[in-house]
Design a protein around this ligand. Structure first.
Ligand SMILES: [Zn+2]
Length: 216
């Protein structure tokens, strides 16, 4: 990782909603464009800070899209399609939207919607790796969270780690070791509106697209 230098910062101006100065450090590993705190450029060219963007993501979830060169998937913010006026209006209602959502899902602490499940055998007598990709509807998930599968909570599991939702690296023990290293900022948590991949190591996890993962 490159050492931080003052000259590396890039001032993008003020957040069009809250007025915070948006400074990014494009070359610094810790502050490189990442999922958690990135600002986003709106349709009319104004900027929204990472904190305001995160409030909008619950209604305008993050997606991953293929880069123009077709080489890899990268995060795309649907909120970037709003203009300044629309973003401000949506932010005024963001809190109510979240509360309605929490009520709809029975006030659980956090809810994740499953979109894809990949299973890889772990080897003789070892649990399998389940890579579960989808969106956090609201709340925050972190590695080692104890979660329930489905609203009735009959099945419990522990998230081993979080991973890049479109990682091309096959999941292994190394993924889990890397993913639980607390020094890493990327994928140390996933919150409302983010696309995420949870890795579970279980003998048998009964999980399919459309299921919900619940944290209390
Ligand atoms: Zn802001």
């Amino acid at each position: 990782m490159k050492e931080y230098e003052i000259g590396d910062t890039l001032n993008l101006g003020n957040c069009t909603n809250c007025g915070n100065v948006i400074v990014i450090e494009p070359d610094n590993g810790l502050f490189r464009p990442q999922r958690c705190g990135n600002p986003v450029k709106l349709a009319d060219g104004s900027w929204l800070c990472g904190s305001c963007l995160r409030k909008l993501r619950i209604k305008y979830p993050q997606e991953y899209r293929m880069t123009p060169n077709g080489k890899r998937m990268e995060p795309y913010e649907r909120a970037s399609e709003l203009n300044e006026k629309e973003a401000k209006q949506e932010l005024e209602h963001a809190h109510d939207y979240l509360e309605d959502l929490r009520e709809k899902y029975g006030f659980h602490q956090a809810v994740f919607s499953v979109e894809k499940v990949d299973v890889k055998k772990g080897g003789f007598l070892k649990p399998s790796f389940y890579t579960v990709t989808g969106h956090v509807l609201y709340g925050t998930f972190t590695p080692l969270d104890e979660v329930s599968i489905g609203m009735n909570g009959a099945q419990k599991a522990k998230i081993s780690c979080l991973d890049n939702p479109h990682s091309t690296v096959p999941v292994s023990d190394a993924t889990v070791q890397r993913g639980t290293n607390k020094l890493l900022i990327d994928y140390s948590w996933a919150e409302g509106g983010e696309e995420a991949a949870f890795i579970f190591q279980e003998k048998n996890l009964n999980l399919k697209p459309g299921d919900l993962i619940i944290k209390d």
